[in-house]
Ligand binder design. Structure first.
Ligand code: FES
Length: 390
């Protein structure tokens, strides 16, 4: 009964992992470092907020191979779960993968139960404990074939009510046989309890296990072949269709306002000099009071450049939606603290962790799950061509 009871959960977990693996492989943006939803962007965000940020910072150097490994791992775990092959090992893999996603992208979900990864971790537990229960399972089929080839009876468990067993095997009441009425009270060998044990020759220890494992290996090879064909098809179709997750396009590129250029000014005027050796005083130039963050020319029109907010220390970005207009935002996502990135294609900020999107001009949230928009930072361009956080 446990096997049948777990079938819906098994179908859901297996189907979800297969879908997640194929979806990643079919999405070129997942492997494109310039895409805000890429594995690199997700790792960069997680490196800031995850409790294992030190490890994740190193993994950014191998983002693409890691992305391929995660996709194929999800596909393998999902497929093995669906067909019930090495089901407990698949459950361990599913738990580990879900737990690592919990540590990287949903650790700061609040309340904690709103993050799906922790739920997935525990959803794998029944399959780890009970396996497939022999229901619709290649594990069970492998064992049955192995037993048949070894001349052993099938290992199938057939439920028989205790009443039936009593009728056939005898039941005793106060020392007197009552269920086998009329029959001698010497208990005959019970066809249920004694079956096979006295007649079958003992098999060499481990023989059936070895045969089962070999068959499981053959099934696993066939399943891996099917999964790889599916993966190749998904990758090919995704690239032919130009598919890109959430169609957010590339980010603004590496434009960054250098932190070294930042300086605080409280004066509201400065003196320009001529190019001659002797400075000559000329018209004072008004500067905004605040902290200089870098040259406005670094920010492309229709694009963005990143900087560090001198007040909060948070990562931030300044956007130039049209020539001469500058708006800046704290790029820490209000959902769970990942760092959002600007997409020039849709002119929005996109969160790599759970896909929230924000208006590139106002910072307002356009797609959740982020509950609020991005924090606004006041910036002004000075007459010296520099941008100031005021
Ligand atoms: S952290 Fe979840 S959407 Fe940004």
């Amino acid at each position: 009964m446990a096997g049948w009871a777990l079938l819906p959960l098994r179908a859901f977990l297996g189907g979800t992992f297969v879908f997640a693996g194929l979806q990643k492989l079919a999405n070129p943006g997942f492997f494109d470092a310039s895409n805000p939803t890429s594995i690199r962007s997700q790792l960069a965000s997680a490196a800031r907020v995850s409790p294992i940020h030190g490890l994740i910072a190193h993994l950014q150097h191998v983002a693409v191979p890691l992305g391929v490994a995660i996709s194929l791992g999800e596909l393998a775990i999902g497929a093995a779960t669906l067909v019930g092959l090495w089901s407990r090992a698949a459950a361990v893999g599913g738990m580990l993968l879900s737990f690592s996603l919990f540590l990287t992208v949903s650790f700061h979900a609040s309340p904690y139960y709103t993050g799906s990864d922790i739920v997935f971790v525990f959803a794998w537990t029944p399959l780890l404990v009970a396996g497939t229960g022999g229901v619709l399972s290649l594990d069970a089929l492998s064992r049955d074939i192995a037993r048949a080839r070894a001349g052993a009876a099938p290992a199938t468990t057939v439920p028989v009510s205790f009443e039936v067993v009593q009728k056939v095997c005898g039941a005793y009441d106060a020392g007197r046989c009552r269920a086998m009425r009329g029959a001698p009270c010497e208990p005959a060998p019970c066809p249920y309890l004694e079956r096979g044990s006295a007649t079958k020759p003992a098999l060499p220890p481990g023989d059936i296990d070895r045969r089962t494992f070999t068959l499981q290996g053959v099934f696993a090879g066939a399943l891996a072949g099917v999964a790889l064909v599916g993966a190749a098809l998904a990758a090919g179709v995704g690239r032919l269709a130009g598919n890109s997750s959430r169609s957010t396009g590339p980010v603004n590129g590496p434009s960054t306002l250098p932190p070294a250029a930042q300086s605080t000014t409280t004066a509201t005027s400065a003196t320009a000099t001529t190019s001659g050796a002797t400075p000559t005083t000329s018209k004072p130039v008004a500067r905004p009071a605040g902290t200089k963050i870098g040259a406005a020319s670094v920010v492309p029109v229709g694009g963005a450049a990143t900087f560090q907010d001198p007040k909060s220390g948070d990562p931030a970005a300044v956007v130039q939606p049209e020539a001469g207009t500058f708006v800046a935002f704290d790029t820490v996502c209000p959902h769970q603290g990942c760092v959002v990135e600007y997409s020039t294609q849709v002119q929005r900020f996109v969160c790599p962790c759970h896909g929230s999107q924000f208006n590139g001009r106002t910072g307002a949230v356009l797609n959740g799950p982020a509950p609020t928009g991005l924090g606004r930072i006041s910036v002004k361009k000075g007459p010296d061509g520099q941008l100031y956080v005021t």
